[in-house]
Design a protein around this ligand. Structure first.
Ligand SMILES: Cc1cc2nc3c(=O)[nH]c(=O)nc-3n(C[C@H](O)[C@H](O)[C@H](O)COP(=O)(O)O)c2cc1C
Length: 336
């Protein structure tokens, strides 16, 4: 069992936010599985994302890798909150949490989304007792949104969103908050994130009054999201996945999209390793946990994630390829 601020994740294996955690029946399956210790929802926006046939996924025929052009869930946040309320109220003695993935580039919109999650937490009395059933993951790293680069690649645009998270945390230190980060490739990208997070307590006078809870609002980092601007030819994919809208031979109608699975495993491991080292060097951030994601397609890959510092491990591509059996396969030989 791994405790991330107030949520308990047991076993420490989860789905990461993805298109296969979008519908009620998918969330119910993920929730019921004894091989998953938490359920992460597909990223929701306030009003829902306008999905069309340019948003799709293809799988490599040579490795357990995927490429996708999806944006965010077509369902608005309110729909996920209704579903989650029902699931939790039907199973009140469980401690299995939901990690609600949300995003917005507007601080005001983000704040109202967090307020609606807090309203649900109040209804569920989620701040009481020894653990919570709800955490929030801010997705800062989707590479597929036209004209909206991932804020985590441009720290000045991430900082106001972090401030919103911090404001909500200082009002209610029982809130468990995390960031979904992209794959970074040079040192100052990692250092900017660490610096920005470590500055959050100092930036807020209320932090001096917090007697309960963590000193830093951010309880976890989920590393990594997909690697944007990637391209598969259709003859590299299973079922020769050729875009119907495209006149060319690429697997995605958009040509480029986010690469995931085995193809990014080395980069994701490097990101988890680097953040583990940097967090260990910051006294105020030593209890920030890492959810390791990226190319976890075998028990060996899961072990590698644990060895570089992931407390909890997640997968998306393997879930898409194999369905719920993915988690049983990853759990072979595990005791936790
Ligand atoms: C089809 C698909 C949809 C995804 N949608 C989301 C999403 O809505 N939000 C998010 O934070 N990450 C999303 N991801 C990224 C995954 O959570 C994960 O970070 C990435 O795919 C790497 O993990 P993997 O190698 O196990 O696939 C998506 C990935 C895939 C393949």
């Amino acid at each position: 069992m791994v405790k991330i601020h107030r949520i308990s994740v047991s076993p420490p294996l989860i789905n990461s936010s993805c298109a296969w955690a979008s519908e009620l029946h998918e969330l119910e399956d993920l929730y019921k599985s004894t091989y998953t210790g938490a359920v992460t929802t597909r990223t929701a926006t306030l009003l829902g994302f306008a999905e069309d046939s340019t948003h799709t996924v293809a799988f490599s025929k040579d490795s357990a890798s995927s490429i996708n052009s999806y944006g965010y869930s077509p369902h608005p946040l309110a729909t996920y909150l209704d579903w989650i309320q029902t699931i939790i109220q039907n199973d009140p003695t469980s401690s299995k949490p939901f990690i609600i993935s949300i995003t917005s580039s507007s601080p005001n919109t983000l704040s109202s989304m967090i307020s609606s999650i807090q309203t649900l937490r109040t209804t569920l009395r989620d701040a009481e007792g020894s653990h919570s059933r709800i955490a929030i993951e801010l997705n800062t790293s989707c590479p597929n949104i036209a004209d909206c680069p991932p804020p985590a690649y441009n720290f000045p645009s991430l900082a106001p969103l972090l401030s919103v998270l911090a404001e909500h945390y200082w009002k209610d230190p029982t809130l468990t908050l995390g960031l979904k980060l992209p794959p970074y490739v040079w040192s100052t990208q990692f250092e900017d994130v660490i610096h920005g997070i470590s500055e959050l307590p100092a930036n807020h006078a209320a932090s001096r009054d917090v007697t309960e809870g963590r000193m830093n609002p951010i309880a976890f980092l989920t590393c990594t999201n997909t690697l944007g601007s990637s391209l598969f030819f259709s003859d590299q994919t299973e079922h020769n996945h050729e875009s119907t809208l495209s006149t060319c031979q690429f697997a995605l109608p958009t040509a480029i999209g986010g690469l995931a699975g085995e193809s990014i495993h080395a980069l994701s491991l490097g990101n988890v390793h680097t953040f583990t080292q940097l967090l260990a060097g910051q006294p105020t951030l030593q209890d920030v946990k890492i959810i390791g994601v990226g190319g976890v397609t075998s028990p060996e890959a899961l072990d590698r994630m644990r060895k570089v510092g992931a407390s909890v491990v997640g997968c998306a591509t393997l879930l898409g390829k194999e369905g719920m059996g993915a988690f049983k396969r990853l759990s072979v030989g595990r005791q936790d």
